[in-house]
Design a binder for this molecule. Structure first.
Ligand code: FAD
Length: 393
């Protein structure tokens, strides 16, 4: 294999490189993210300065091979970076998630021209990716989408509307999943994925107000006679969209699970500090057994979730499908995060409910991980299907 073709692959990241980049991200979060996160989040303000530093750090190219100007990090390292970012503020990991999901599917399924055209500019953060899959009536049931792409000369003409598109406003390159064959049976055989640059015919029609995950844009997007060249059909073949996006969602689920570990770790770290500073009945509350039980359970569950995340990421790095492992990691970590953030709030007593401490933010951010990238009900059905296959009699 030539040096150039090697550089097009993602190789296991060396331990030294991994710890260096994770340490760099951790310092960035401590200095530039954590001090401003709650303020920006309460104002629902886009973190332009933080994003600029993320670009400088090369994070928009974290998992893009060096051949195209990325850092070429493996999924394991990426998961560790996501955890660190989320210790500071969960929203900023969402800015990377669908961007790197799109980069992953372009690398995995795109042709050379598509890779060479898009990956270098994505690695620099000049092009910023978003995923247009869900619609107002179809989230879990993705085969029910109604956005249609019809061939028209050298273009496809796209009409329809997408919902819940994170990075829609600040992103400029969409992974757009549409129906190119309405008669296909099963319907997923009629679904295709386009690399869709924002342009005439695309309207970001509304920003959706959210419980948490604020500061990052999640929007409805309308496509009206939007023209996308045939050359932008991912991999050059119709009918592969569902398979391509599901493969990409495995990386997305590793991201979501790592986010949950990061948010839970932040909540735990605040709780264990507070438990040593807060005195009741003549002693710090960390000496009350009821609080000790909470701290022990929180820390143990966080460690367990992190191991699941690392296991799923390692499998993805071997080039294997990991819907079972990524599903388990996402399910366990997100449920764990919701529990741990609530426990952290209890440890803080009344202060946990106030906006003066960041615990309330962690608590509001946690449910997204239960819903996003496929709900946990759907995760359970995916896990069970895989298990029945594995243990088939
Ligand atoms: C903040 C946020 C950001 C998002 N970002 C994006 C994005 O960038 N791009 C994108 O394309 N999408 C995005 N999504 C959409 C997200 O993926 C969907 O919300 C999610 O898949 C659930 O779909 P739904 O909301 O339509 O719920 P529904 O599918 O309507 O589900 C409603 C309930 O029914 C349950 N349910 C449905 N079907 C079954 C079944 N077969 N068995 C058991 N239970 C079932 C669900 O688990 C859920 O509890 C985002 C969502 C949120 C909240």
């Amino acid at each position: 294999m030539s040096e150039e073709s090697e550089d097009r692959e993602i190789h296991p990241t060396a331990d030294g490189v991994r710890s260096e980049i994770v340490e760099t991200v951790k310092r960035f979060v401590e200095r530039e993210v954590a001090p401003v996160a709650s303020e920006l989040e309460h104002r629902d303000e886009y973190p332009h300065e933080i994003v600029a530093t993320m670009k400088e750090l090369g994070l928009f190219g974290a998992t893009i091979p060096t051949h195209w100007g990325g850092l070429g990090l493996d999924t394991r390292t990426y998961a560790m970076i996501v955890e660190e970012l989320c210790v500071g503020w969960m929203s900023i990991s969402g800015i990377l998630n669908t961007h790197l999901l799109l980069a992953y599917i372009i690398r995995r399924f795109g042709n050379d021209k598509q890779r060479d055209t898009y990956l270098p500019r994505m690695a620099q953060g000049e092009l910023r990716g978003a995923l247009c899959l869900s619609e107002s009536h179809a989230g879990s049931d993705v085969q029910a989408i109604r956005t249609v792409g019809r061939r028209d000369g050298d273009d496809y003409l796209i009409n329809g509307s997408k919902m819940w598109v994170t990075n829609a406003r600040h992103g400029n390159l969409y992974a757009l999943v549409v129906k190119t064959d309405l008669e296909a049976d099963p319907p997923h055989r009629g679904m295709s994925l386009f690399i869709a640059p924002k342009g005439p015919g695309v309207t970001v029609s509304r920003d959706i107000g959210k419980l948490g995950y604020k500061g990052v844009d999640t929007c409805e997007v309308a496509f009206e006679d939007y023209r996308v060249p045939v050359a932008n059909l991912l991999g050059g073949r119709e009918g592969r969209g569902m398979q391509q996006v599901l493969n990409g969602l495995e990386v997305g689920r590793v991201n979501i699970a790592a986010r949950a570990v990061g948010v839970a770790r932040a909540a735990f770290e605040q709780a264990i500090r507070y438990s040593q500073e807060r005195y009741t009945f003549g002693k710090p509350i960390c000496e009350h057994q009821a609080i000790q039980l909470k701290l022990a359970d929180m820390a143990t569950k966080i460690e367990a979730a992190r191991l699941l995340v690392q296991q799923a990421a390692s499998k993805k790095d071997k080039g294997e499908r990991c819907d079972l492992e990524a599903g388990m990691a996402k399910l366990f970590a997100s449920e764990m995060c919701a529990e741990v953030t609530l426990e952290a709030m209890r440890v803080h007593g009344g202060y946990g409910f106030s906006t003066e401490f960041p615990v309330e933010r962690y608590y509001r951010d946690a449910p997204l991980m239960i819903i996003g990238e496929g709900t946990n009900e759907i995760q359970r059905t995916i896990i069970a299907r895989q298990l029945v296959k594995k243990y088939a009699v």
